[in-house]
Design a protein around this ligand. Structure first.
Ligand SMILES: Cc1cc2nc3c(=O)[nH]c(=O)nc-3n(C[C@H](O)[C@H](O)[C@H](O)COP(=O)(O)O)c2cc1C
Length: 352
């Protein structure tokens, strides 16, 4: 029996946000102690075949932690010790924010899903920037996900993103403009062409690089094409697909499905993969694939659909700390089975 099979019932007996905070504190306690290297010995898969180069960054393995799990950049080294090949911290906003009232995170157990309406709760760019400066960086790439402060009007968004970027600029290996969270009123309206040009152009002019944009799975296809036009025009380095959805697929069984917020996990897996494919077919920049990944088959499918690397959040909640190791091992098996020498050889093979 794995450790998580013992721990999971206790964690799942707690309210979801309490369970998250408990796990987070545990990992913070482990980070920087001898226990961190014990985790590394247990969970890190060292294999050259897993290495991916994308937007000038070397990823030792293709499975990373998605934004939102470590909002304040407190546990990137502990997450790397769990075998993740990159960690995207944040969303960080210019202002410190409490987020929405609790409860704001819900388990949809029968659906292996979560709904969240956290609302960018985070300590703010100044505090996170200081922490990034003070604490040692992880030995895997660290991305920084940047959101907009709730109190900043949409037409002042570019300066708000710029402020945060400047505070965290020295601490990140890549930067993500998040205009796709459903939990900050109006945020997703910033996915239109003019707003993207302004925000992405401002950050790019300020030297943000590599710079990526994270898209919503709810965006109409024409709007995705517009966004990709801006990606090309500004010379962005990559696209992350996808954030959570406000849609509620009919198949949802759990009572929590009626909660407001963004749905993540298994029920969005197919839609996320479809958007990865759609994006990869229309741009030459690398795609970071995220949405519902919980096993090696799911990660492999996204890679074959055009994702250079993948990320997950909800899978970690349901599958536990061995998830990155299990996916990495599983990927090696699938590469062997299908005659690929490396993960890089499998990227996009299912595209037309
Ligand atoms: C509780 C929670 C908080 C999140 N916070 C952020 C965030 O701050 N910024 C962001 O871009 N995505 C955020 N996300 C979205 C995830 O990064 C990811 O795109 C989404 O959950 C789909 O992946 P998954 O199905 O593997 O969870 C959050 C997700 C969850 C569940």
């Amino acid at each position: 029996m794995g450790v998580y099979e013992l721990l999971k019932p206790a964690l799942f007996a707690l309210p979801p946000e309490t369970a998250h905070n408990t796990t987070h504190r545990l990992l913070r306690g482990v980070q920087g102690t001898p226990a961190e290297s014990l985790l590394r010995d247990r969970y890190v898969v060292n294999d050259e075949r897993l290495r991916v180069e994308a937007f000038g960054t070397t990823f030792p393995t293709p499975v990373g932690v998605a934004a939102g799990f470590d909002k304040n950049a407190e546990i990137p080294r502990a997450l790397a010790a769990l075998g993740f090949g990159h960690v995207e911290v944040g969303g960080v906003t210019a202002e410190k924010q409490a987020g929405n009232p609790r409860p704001r995170l819900f388990r949809l157990r029968e659906d292996e899903a979560l709904i969240n309406r956290m609302g960018f709760n985070n300590e703010g760019a100044d505090v996170v920037g200081d922490r990034l400066e003070r604490e040692p960086a992880p030995n895997v790439p660290m991305g920084i996900n940047i959101g907009k402060s709730k109190s900043t009007p949409l037409d002042e968004a570019a300066d708000d993103y710029l402020y945060t970027y400047r505070q965290v600029a020295d601490g990140g290996d890549y930067f993500v403009v998040n205009v796709s969270s459903p939990n900050t009123p109006g945020l997703r309206e910033l996915q239109n062409r003019a707003a993207l040009e302004e925000i992405l152009g401002t950050l790019s002019d300020a030297g943000a690089s590599p710079l990526l944009v994270k898209l919503s799975p709810d965006l109409p296809k024409e709007a995705v094409e517009d966004a990709l036009g801006v990606v090309d025009e500004i010379g962005l380095d990559g696209v992350i697909a996808t954030n959570t959805t406000t849609s509620r697929p009919d198949e949802l069984k759990s009572p929590g499905r009626a909660e407001r917020g963004g749905l993540s996990g298994k029920p969005i897996e197919g839609a996320a993969t479809d958007l990865i494919r759609f994006v990869a077919e229309r741009t030459d920049v690398p795609v970071v694939g995220v949405g519902g990944v919980s096993d090696a088959d799911g990660a492999y499918e996204k890679i074959r659909a055009g994702a250079s690397v993948v990320q997950l959040y909800t899978g970690l909640v349901y599958e536990g700390p061995a998830i990155a190791r299990d996916i990495n091992r599983g990927l090696l098996g699938r590469l062997d089975r299908d005659g690929f020498d490396t993960v890089e050889d499998a990227i996009g093979v299912d595209l037309e």
